[in-house]
Write a protein that binds this ligand. Sequence first.
Ligand code: GLC
Ligand code: GLC
Length: 648
Amino acid sequence: MATTPTSARPAVPPWRAPDDQTGRIHAAVQAGCGRHADWPAFDARLRRHVATLRNELAWLYGSRDDFEAVVVRLVQTAFEAWCGRPAVLKALDEQRERDPQWFQSQRMLGGVCYVDLFAGDFRGIEAQIPYFQELGLTYLHLMPPYLCPEPHNDGGYAVSSYRATKPALGTIEDLRHLAEKLREAGISLVLDFVFNHTSDEHEWAVAARAGDPVCRDYYHIYPDRQQPDAFERTLREIFPDEHPGAFSQIEDGRWVWTTFHSYQWDLNYSNPEVFRAMAGEMLFIANLGVEFLRMDAVAFVWKRMGTSCESQPEAHHLLRAYNALARIAAPALLFKSEAIVHPDEVVSYISPAECQVSYNPLQMALLWNTLATREVNLLQLALAERHHLPEGTAWVNYVRSHDDIGWTFADEDAARFGIDGFDHRQFLNRFYVDRFPGSFARGVPFQDNPATGDCRISGTCAALCGLEQGDPHAVARILLLHGVVLSSGGIPLIYLGDEIGQGNDAGYADDPARAGDSRWVHRPMRDPRRHAERLDPSTAAGRIHAGLRHLISLRRHLPAFAGGRLLPFWSRHPAVLGYRRPAPQGDDARGGVLVLANFSERPASVLPEVLSAQPATMVDLIGQTAFDLRAGLTLAPYQMVWLVASGA
Ligand code: GLC
Ligand code: GLC
């Protein structure tokens, strides 16, 4: 895992534009589109955002002679998309513009699943809407359902077309219908925009392979190894199990940039036609009724010789330009960043002008770190120093995703506790694959790379918490992790199946298309038997499900859990995590919630003097118990409390 940010802005902006260029762009688009009935609403938003759009694009393409024409064509593409945007979504646009903070509500709750593995097809997902509502979901991320190669497609992350779906799931019209049904049920549909690459079966890739010069320039294709070798000197390997380095050879001997798998071809964003074409695809997806776009692999989109080719300044300009287009032609659309990189880089993508929400991979990784070490030090530090986000943005906090767990904490943070980052990652890997004495976890290594010592972890939440081998604390661990995610701000996201404690699926190894990718171990099919057990309190599924539903319903009624404001609370016990969620009106200890969580299998006491600034009597909402804090507070193994002043 790269642990040092490597971005350097070019010293001078690459354009020398006359001041009135924005006006000329606007006038040129108006000349072509101004008489159309859909123009006035578009024009109002265009006027607000065209300068931003132009300025961001100028960083990328401003030195080209045809720059002005490039922007004009792009805005025309956006206008065409606007004309095709359904009236209900235009109404939603206005609603969201009136209430831009809508997603900060403590009622927001996300779920994520694969369409086929969870419910067979789009209709099956529609039939699960009552289940989603029972759980309280307001946000549903369906893993990429788009047309893709078979059998190898990286779980759908190799997209052959955004305008067609995998035939087994249904049609694009079925997807549009599903989006509508979800919206009517108060659930926002979330889909991916895999804009770093396409599959090698995308029509652009097919044409590029056949020698089409226009489509060749959509990708990074080189005649020999000279450039690839030069780039690889400073690149890290993402999927070394599949191919070494970042390039793959095509049949005619040429080399194409493939950061991920050899069938995922990286797009060449130095070509403005790529940006325009992908912007058209983005707005097409938006018009299906998608409300959050998960911006996949944001760090990788811009390449610069001599760098890691991750998180280059241009990656931000690209996202900002996409965002400006969304404000103009699909304003209800928000972006979620997927940047699984150094924490300094993760936050660099989060702003109202770029990605409004983002995965919080640091909190995710540190939750697992804390379970393994029984020491809250790194997580407590992350909450104190790396949790705060700009106004108008939010974390998506999660226990695990469809991907592996990588140890993306900052080495410099670890060093403050005398922890060596490299050694500590080795320990965590051993712990989670059960090569450490006394470990409760049953994970599987992912991309174990002996050359670099790098390795990541696969496994479901239940498997990593010890449920499979009957560890007596497993259920409490599962609830504790979710309890932090539900109470630390932003949008909590549940990997569906974890709410009933589904275990690992070792069967993936029998499927040749999946055998090489251990992430499939934690992508099991929905288990109907376990789902039925969720209502039976004598089962583990029942205890997990009931515990989670209890937390979710408490949270919905706690205004202090809206938004992201959090004040660290140092418990001075090594295994007890603490934070306060202040009341919306201020920092008055009486209105907020004090969260304390014991990450060890031993009781842990917080001393009276640590609690002396709190009200004398507080009530734990989870256990419905009152505590006299003047006597201190002892937490049972893995117990979490959400404390409010009694009578509050
Ligand atoms: C993202 C996805 C991951 C995929 C990769 C390449 O990180 O989460 O599953 O392998 O992008 O698209
Ligand atoms: C993401 C991450 C990368 C990870 C990959 C697949 O793109 O940035 O680190 O390995 O997904 O898990």
